[in-house]
Design a protein around this ligand. Sequence first.
Ligand code: F6P
Length: 506
Amino acid sequence: MSTRPDSNSSTANQNIPNGAHSAVGVVLDTAYQSIDASEWEKLFTQARSAKLEQFIADMFAGKHINQSEDRPALHSALRNLTKSPVLVNGEDVMPAVTEVWRRIEALCNKWAGITDVIHIGIGGSDFGPRLAIEALSHVPGIESRGMRMHFLSNIDTAELARILARAQPNSTRVMIVSKSFTTLETMMNAKAVVSWFKENGCTKSQIAHSLFAVTANVLAAQEFGVEDDNIYPFWDWVGGRYSVWSAVGLPIALQYGFNTFRNFLSGAHAMDLHFQSARLEENLPVIMALTLFCQQEKHQIKSYAVIPYADALDGFPKWLQQLDMESNGKSVDRYGKPVKHSSPVVFGSAGSNAQHSYFQLLHQGTEVIPIDFIAVRKPMSERPEALAHHRILLSNCLAQAQALANGKDDANPNNVYPGKRPSNLLMLPELNAFYLGALLALYENRAASLGVLWNINSFDQPGVEYGKVLAKPIEQALLGSQHNIQASDSIDAVTAARINFLNSNQ
Ligand code: F6P
């Protein structure tokens, strides 16, 4: 077992495990990381030489930390409930942010008679609200309008068909959510839903009334036919994967009420304040980043797992995959030089289900895969069995961490557990909008900290563009049903043969 960064007296008061840390009620226990005191000291020194403290200050101050796109990364302003000025190129953005909150609240107040909301968006315009809607639906006693909240992201029409078969055209509202308002999947799905309204006899003005847009490209939304009053803007200084705090999170407010949305922002804001003000030695996002950084140096790890012992958070690893891998899955640093390390592969799903899937490999596989266990102290239902089940759930979580850390010897090699498999344990007091917000912001700030340790720009995503460019000529060939495509500059021989096969079998 390891020592941890400075145990502080404020945390000792809360009966939290010795050496664990807490911020805004979230407790982080790194005991099973096997990092000793001198290693911790070295890690904090490394973080300081990477100028992490300066970076944090620059990020919140609106400096252009996203160098390649020459802009700030200011999603923190979207949850800045204290409304303290946040300057982008000398201008305070808080009045514009506050105005969007006012409009969201006004919309919630007049929202009536709606049976279905179709939220069309992909990637960062989908994962966050999808996770929040699902997670909060499990909160015992939460107020909910109980609308059918459909998330339409994939271009595959299976999802579209399933949703349209259930939605009622006259009482459906459609949110077209896209920072760029050019994303292929989103625009094609939006057009398909407009056609569905028409097929169902809705008039032009009914359709216009039913369409909403959340975007940083207001002009494109207007051109699409969304009425000005139904367009909720956000800004180029908000990365798509960091956008759930903007009007992208509108479904949260519409389904659970504006106060719940505000609590969600408030949990994230509280975590931001902690990230900005706590010493590195007590700073949860930083400590979490350093545990991964350290294990990567020690074990050359290629992947890590996140296992929330809460069914409500089953979607959390999906949200996190985009956050971590789109932010930090890169081979070159801020200056274009090759990096030694960057984001490992992230995977995970809810425990205890996960134990019956890939935990065999986590315990006995050849690779060391660090794990973040997430536990929620309160049960997630009001069933009479809730407490008993919850204790079993938590005991499984604790047992897995212990088995992974300590291992077990046996005369039979098949039954040997090597141990020394590091993990963190994050404990939330309960799962509600506040702690969900705090959890997401914790991981966002952890990703930014890792970016600094690896010297990576965590706020661009150039690697997603090339495939989109190559899809264009392939799309033309498939749409044209050609089956004698020859290899060319844009389509190589392998892909040409595949196109010919797919077209010949239609
Ligand atoms: O393909 C990557 C990406 O650009 C993500 O970064 C983004 O979250 C997603 O596409 C959707 O983009 P948009 O919100 O502009 O539709």
